[in-house]
Design a protein around this ligand. Structure first.
Ligand SMILES: Nc1ncnc2c1ncn2[C@@H]1O[C@H](COP(=O)(O)OP(=O)(O)OP(=O)(O)O)[C@@H](O)[C@H]1O
Length: 228
């Protein structure tokens, strides 16, 4: 469960990115976050994994009071949340296998557990055969599937994705969506900021629209609602 109550974010330069966000997202939901450029979508997402800290208000994700976490507690939060970015953010000198294994190594999982679990998630994203490749030997869609494998390898309750299809062609984007939907069917909550009108309008899910830092629309099986 994600709960935000009267959440505000003002950046140090004075920009007010969010003003009074109230939202509840239940376990297992799939939510699109849409809105014009600069509306506050990324900020909304960054608050959830404490990349940014809210200026005011309460954010609770499962049992974590996100805004009250001490710096040293943040890694424990991040174990429960997988994050996927538009630009994949893979480590270029590590193989596909090593990129995914790394996420388990940092939480000090045993070597014995790492290998079977990494191979299992690579199979889920259909990339077992690329385990020894380096990221720059893969297509964009394959790189994003590695990033998704890395995001799910520690069995998070929540996946947060910021424009995961932003750098991909329409066909590859649909493929990435099928992977995310499959993960969601397994019970993982997914919150995804996107500008992809075709995806939002064809794979209908809950839509939260943010404009100028406020939620202006929140609909089950909603539409994208913008022209871009
Ligand atoms: N680190 C920062 N410092 C100051 N202002 C920021 C910072 N990050 C974002 N902003 C501002 O906060 C507002 C919301 O930005 P945010 O990135 O959340 O929007 P967005 O909806 O994700 O936009 P886009 O669709 O273009 O990615 C914008 O006015 C932006 O310029």
């Amino acid at each position: 469960m994600i709960e935000m109550q009267d959440v505000w974010k003002t950046y140090p330069n004075g920009t007010v990115a969010l003003q009074g966000i109230d939202v509840r997202i239940k376990d297992g939901e799939f939510v699109y976050v849409v809105g014009p450029s600069g509306a506050g979508k990324s900020t909304f997402i960054k608050l959830m994994y404490r990349e940014e800290k809210a200026t005011k208000g309460q954010i609770v994700i499962n049992d974590f009071h996100i805004n009250r976490l001490k710096e040293r507690q943040i890694p424990y939060l991040r174990r429960k949340i997988g994050v996927v970015f538009q630009d994949f953010k893979l480590l270029p000198k590590l193989t596909v296998y090593e990129n995914v294994a790394f996420a388990m190594e940092v939480i000090e999982e045993s070597r014995k557990k790492i290998k079977p679990r990494v191979m299992e998630v690579l199979e889920l994203v259909r990339l077992k055969h690329k385990a020894r490749s380096l990221p720059d030997q893969l297509s964009g869609g394959e790189q994003q599937r590695v990033a998704i494998a890395r995001a799910i390898v520690n069995r998070p309750d929540l996946i947060i994705a910021d424009e995961p299809t932003g750098n991909l062609d329409p066909e590859t984007s649909m493929d990435i969506m099928q992977t995310l939907l499959e993960i969601n069917r397994g019970g993982t909550t997914i919150v995804m900021a996107t500008h992809n009108k075709e995806i939002v309008n064809s794979l209908r899910k809950r839509v939260i629209a943010i404009e100028a830092g406020r939620i202006v629309r929140d609909e089950q099986r909603g539409e994208y609602g913008y022209e871009d």
